[in-house]
Design a protein around this ligand. Sequence first.
Ligand code: GTP
Ligand code: MG
Length: 488
Amino acid sequence: MIALRNMADLVTGAGLRLGVTGLSRAGKTVFITALVHHLTRMAKAPAAEPRRNFPVFRVHAENRLTRAWLEPQPDDSVPRFAYEDHIAALTGGGKGHEAREWPHSTRRISELRLTIEFEKTEGWRKGASSLTLDIVDYPGEWLLDLPLLEKSYAEFSQEMIDAARAPARAAQSAELLAFLSSREATAPAQEDDARKAADLFTQYLRACRNDRLALSTLPPGRFLMPGDLEGSPALTFAPLILDAQQPAATGSLAAMMERRYESYKSIVVRPFFRDHFARLDRQIVLADVLSTVNSGPAAVRDLENALAGVLGAFRTGRSTLLSTLFRPRIDRILFAATKADHLHHTSHDRLEAILRLLVARAIARAENLGADIDIIALAAVRATREALVRERGADLEAIAGVPLAGEVIDGEVFEGKSEAAIFPGELPIDPAQVFRGEGLALSESEANFRAVRFRPPLLRPAFDGKTEAMPHIRMDRALEFLLGDRLK
Ligand SMILES: Nc1nc2c(ncn2[C@@H]2O[C@H](COP(=O)(O)OP(=O)(O)OP(=O)(O)O)[C@@H](O)[C@H]2O)c(=O)[nH]1
Ligand SMILES: [Mg+2]
């Protein structure tokens, strides 16, 4: 099945499948919307005039990108990424620019196809050429499930119980652990026990995610986004405190849980792996690093664990027997810290350095990745501009934007109309400090400033009847890393 589909991919010519993932609210929808917005606006300029927009994206800078357009979504069983709705939300659509807002949260997989026409300068067939780009948006939580494929129920239980016993999770896990200690894994299976354990386990996972510490990294991902599997046995299991020496006896609670865990793998994890993950060529992993840093060192370490989990998933993808025979697998992974427009540009490199360190620590734990990795701090949609504010004779570097309706700054409640300038504070020069909680040097007001959310930017009309392009930070660098080599 996989082989056939990949053969078809091969025969239809130059195609690239780009996965876009990240934990919830990381910025996936906004990133894809901005990417499609920019690509479909790019067109060959009549004369060889210099291209100032997107200077690092070479195919465009060199005026070789002829045009790009959306195609019908080719996979009938996958929802199409609702590009038109999302771009309408960001720009205010037909309702006028006063109505502009961020797109709604999306909790499922979706996909979009673009064709990019360009002039090829390398290889044996130079001249007019095209690349089919499939963009797949999926929750990062699903990715964190992939390592389960290589884990037995006993291993899964052990890891989950160890994590639940960690001091950082003590408050959230107390009830679950108390219940599990009161039940013998070897006792006869009772549906009631299974349900109660699964409920407490789900509550615990939810508490970790909702907690201000943003402990967000534990599988199984579908427990928090069950969709139409809600209440089914495949989602009604939990880890148990097991005696490592003893295999689960027939009819015991442990045996029932084990069977359901295996069902979860075969109903949820394996199809995702086979139908989606195994077909990706490139991957961008988005993370809201700034919010994490603001939440303190425990959240930073947790994000490191999540990134190690993500890298572990890519390694699983490489080693598993299910891997595809015909195509090279993911060969480039870009890790991106999103929403960099919440900082002054003097801190963009520092944000990048923090993510670089986080990923490096995660890579040190995952061996033999076999993919090129790059790190970037970006804003897919730049909602702020930089401003110099003179205060008591000193020039201060501020960012200015229109706070969302309801945001409060220094006691003033905003209505989503007027602009405000804030001082977001600086990130530490030494990225290691964020692991220790040092050097964040945030006064209380700075911490509040960083949490301010701005409305999407107002786009001015451009000469050709359209509006100006969506402002961004370093999207051209992201595009060059993800697509550049395929557009030469
Ligand atoms: N200022 C700014 N805010 C952003 C940017 N990207 C995302 N955001 C904010 O982050 C929120 C979440 O972004 P989404 O793109 O919806 O995130 P997602 O990963 O698709 O989230 P789910 O669909 O809920 O998983 C948005 O509503 C914005 O408030 C950006 O480039 N700049
Ligand atoms: Mg989304």
